[in-house]
Design a protein around this ligand. Sequence first.
Ligand code: ADP
Length: 328
Amino acid sequence: MSNKGRVFSGARPTGRQHLGNYLGAIRNYVDLQEDYDCVYCIVDLHAMTTLAELQNIKPNTAEMALDWLAAGLRPEDTILFAQSHVPQVTELHTILSMFTQLGKLTDLPTFKDKVRLQPHNVNYGLVGYPVLMTADITLYKADIVPVGVDQQSHIEFAREIVRTFNYRTKRQVLIEPQMKNTDFPKVLGTDGKKKMGKSENNHIELSLTPEETNKVVSTMVTDPQRVRRTDPGNPEVCNVFTLHKYFSHDDKVASIDTECRNAGIGCVDCKRMLADELNDHLGPFRERRAELSRNPQYIWDILYDGADRAQKIASKTIAEVKSATGIA
Ligand code: ADP
């Protein structure tokens, strides 16, 4: 790796990625490769905090990694790996937990949200989530972490753990990560109401076939006030129009805007055009994905190679951390 700044980002293995992931995260992951050395981790250990998904974690890891690579991650530059393949992270997690006050962890709004969501399973990992996240970031000596608003409190928390560790050990072994705001307006799902996501089953997967894409786009909810084909539409409240803004050329967006408002086109036409745009845009991605998945072992080779490279950085950090604490 070069002397460029180092970016770290982790994401839970959610399997095949959808348009929300693509617009809100993956595009940014790909672009960051131009200016930074990037370390991208599929956080399979974090995923275990919600035990219902255990048997899906491994296949979801492979599917997600395939989507990322097909979208443009370059494994020759970027370190792409699965969190559990680098055991040093659990070692650092244990050490950092001794520098973290339990009360602060249980006070975090994100922890309280999780308790509300799974009151029957408030496991130890759920409380320690931000400490494991801090171990992820600091193990690889990342300077920068791309974050949306929802994760900012966790990065603040990570910075606090780093400051405590460096202060108490009187060494500057760990780097206090800087946040890079990558907030993107939330992409709504096919229902036109809720954030696109798998749990809402309102998502459009990147790797659908063109026929499947046409079908799912045809079910999208449009402007609720436009009942008849002859009614003038209101593109500003229509999620199909919002997606056109992301995937269609400006002149086409302008013409759809006008034609929708004067009832020149109907919602069915507008959705058909969106499906065509999506299929065009995602064509090269889908071809590349098909090519990469021809050999099922390929993705694991990439992930294990990434883990080897990550471990080189990790072992050095762990040695420094142990020396700083005085235990080695
Ligand atoms: P995680 O549990 O890691 O947040 P998600 O699948 O919810 O897993 O999200 C992964 C990334 O994709 C995050 O950066 C998230 O902000 C982004 N993302 C997911 N869904 C959407 C959406 N509907 N709109 C915008 N960004 C999204």
